[in-house]
Design a protein around this ligand. Structure first.
Ligand code: NAD
Length: 327
């Protein structure tokens, strides 16, 4: 790896995780280039990052080679570019698939050219609707290659294959993390993920909508813990041989989580049930023993605390938007 002052490239920098990761890297004293095509990115994130003298923003689609970065002193690449919310990735399935596959190819080639180390963000969705519970990295998954989520799940699976082939053939130092549901301040209100959706519905006093009977489970990791895992994955030597799960193993049913949100917001929203989403996994819980072993990582933030911070964030945003009294 290069010296500490070499630049770190973060793709997907305007998104939820990318924004938090860039802030952490800048706080740690690194120059950062944030790359994003702004398809699901948030301009306010870019504006905040650009107020830092060591941050530079490049608007670019990772499906195209990043020629403009060919001469930069890039020592590390975090590849996060890809819509993560089902609403967003299903809206443009072909672009989603291409972003995963061509995007990782372009970043691997940049890493090769610059001799940079790379961390790629894969996902728990590579396990599909798992038949093994909790999911260890050795589980090969249960994915419908033709379902509405396949553009994301299979795109991420193919990206992993390409990474391991580049490692074997070209000796590129690329590491893979498989991220499980992550939440926190900075999520988009309309991204359709369970935390943002329930919190916004509760704060507005509108019905909390559960798809299915609410017995399906999720495990949710607070964003600061996730960013810490990403940073550790980049730093660890030697590189782990295979992927590493990052997520919070505390499992909670969607119905129980809805009740928790109601209690934490003090909302009197009703909970209503709609038909189950197609291909929605029934159970999700990471086996994080490998992350503990190779990274010394375990999530620290209890769901109650992370949820309270997330509620404060959405409450603040809604208050900012509320019409002001005119004197
Ligand atoms: P996000 O949608 O908030 O951010 C993704 C960013 O990538 C956006 O700013 C978007 O504009 C950008 N992007 C999308 N396509 C692009 C392209 N072709 N070229 C350049 N930029 C592009 O998602 P997130 O929650 O921040 O997730 C970041 C990464 O982590 C993704 O790769 C995602 O698959 C992975 N991940 C996230 C979660 C989670 O719970 N947040 C879970 C599993 C995996």
């Amino acid at each position: 790896m290069r010296t500490k002052r070499s630049t770190i490239l973060v793709t997907g920098a305007a998104g939820f995780l990318g924004f938090h990761l860039c802030r952490r890297l800048l706080d740690d004293g690194h120059p950062v280039i944030g790359l994003d095509d702004m398809s699901t990115g948030v301009q306010a994130h870019v504006d905040e990052l650009e107020s830092h003298p060591d941050f530079r923003f490049v608007r670019h689609d990772v499906r195209e080679p990043a020629h403009m970065l060919a001469l930069e002193n890039i020592g590390q690449i975090f590849n996060l570019a890809c819509p993560a919310s089902p609403v967003a990735y299903q809206a443009q399935p072909i672009k989603t698939l291409e972003t995963s596959v061509l995007g990782v190819r372009n970043m691997l080639q940049l890493a090769m050219a610059r001799g940079a180390r790379m961390v790629h963000t894969s996902t728990s969705e590579v396990y599909g609707d798992p038949q093994v519970h909790p999911q260890p990295e050795t589980y090969w998954g249960n994915v419908d290659m033709n379902g509405p989520r396949a553009c994301y799940d299979e795109g991420k699976r193919c990206a992993e294959t390409m990474i391991y082939d580049y490692r074997r053939v070209h000796r590129v130092d690329c590491r893979v993390v498989r991220i499980f549901n992550t939440y926190g301040p900075g999520m988009r209100e309309d991204d359709g993920r369970v935390v943002s959706t329930f919190v916004v519905e509760a704060l507005k006093g509108s019905d909390i909508t559960i798809q299915g009977d609410g017995s399906h489970t999720r495990s949710m990791c607070y964003v600061d813990d996730m960013v810490d895992g990403l940073v550790r994955m980049m730093a660890v030597t030697p590189p782990p041989d295979g992927p590493v799960n990052l997520g919070n193993p505390r499992e909670i049913s969607v119905r129980e989580f809805a009740m928790m949100v109601l209690a934490a917001t003090g909302s009197d929203s009703r909970v209503v049930f709609t038909p189950e989403a197609i291909d929605d996994p029934r159970q999700r819980r990471p086996d994080i023993s490998r992350a503990g072993r190779v990274l010394g990582w375990t999530p620290k933030t209890p769901l109650e605390d992370g949820l309270a911070r997330t509620i404060d964030y959405f409450r603040g945003r809604m208050a900012d938007r509320a019409p002001r009294d005119v004197a």
